[in-house]
Design a protein. Structure first.
Length: 218
């Protein structure tokens, strides 16, 4: 298979749709977003797999998707400043099934010196991950002085633990994308603008990744 970015390297992507159906949330935006990602990958002949956390799953088969992929893309809404409960269940079950099975071997420490190297026991070195989140909160809640999040960026605050979780497995982070004000201000124009911006983000991200892989093989 060939792609528009690099003719000699095939990248495999695993999309996790974490848009849970619960209470007043139907996960609709993250369904749309996951389809945007899938369409982009199809258009560029990039091989991918996709799972929806609302579906029944076999944790060991999901581990195989992690092991198969070069890049993991997480799409999820932020609920009460955390991931949806079904996504947390998915991660708990799948990562546990990945113990000594491609995701992590241990916590990285040795009995000889248990005080150091915590978090160094991952088995997914060389793989990358990207996170998108969707919010009711406007972006100004994070950027304006005196607003709720005190000018703390999402990735350094709300998502700090999520990023550390992926680092624990050995993966490295690709810059993600955050969607704001999608409850009170989810106009068709706003969503369409986000679609264009996100497609540009994917183009930039995947060009960078192909160039980096090419450099590694040179």
């Amino acid at each position: 298979m060939q792609n528009k970015f690099e003719n000699n390297i095939v990248m495999k992507v695993f999309i996790i749709n974490g848009g849970q159906k619960f209470a007043h949330s139907g996960g609709e935006f993250n369904n749309t977003l996951s389809n945007w990602t899938a369409n982009f990958l199809e258009q560029n002949n990039i091989e991918f797999r996709m799972t929806n956390i609302n579906d029944d799953f076999d944790a060991f088969l999901e581990v195989e998707n992690y092991k198969w992929a070069d890049v993991i893309i997480y799409h999820f809404p932020v609920w009460w400043f955390q991931v949806p409960n079904r996504l947390k269940l998915y991660i708990d079950d799948v990562f546990t099934a990945g113990h000594n099975n491609g995701i992590y071997a241990n916590d990285g420490r040795s009995s000889k010196n248990p005080s150091i190297n915590y978090g160094k026991g991952g088995l997914m070195h060389g793989k990358k991950y990207m996170v998108t989140t969707s919010w009711n909160a406007p972006d100004t809640a994070f950027t304006l002085k005196g607003e709720f999040f005190d000018q703390h960026p999402i990735d350094d605050s709300i998502l700090f633990g999520f990023h550390k979780m992926n680092e624990f497995t050995g993966m490295t982070r690709i810059v993600g994308f955050h969607f704001h004000d999608l409850e009170k201000n989810a106009t068709l124009e706003r969503v369409e603008k986000y679609k264009i911006e996100y497609q540009h983000h994917l183009e930039h991200v995947f060009k960078q990744q192909y160039l980096k892989k090419e450099d590694c093989l040179a």
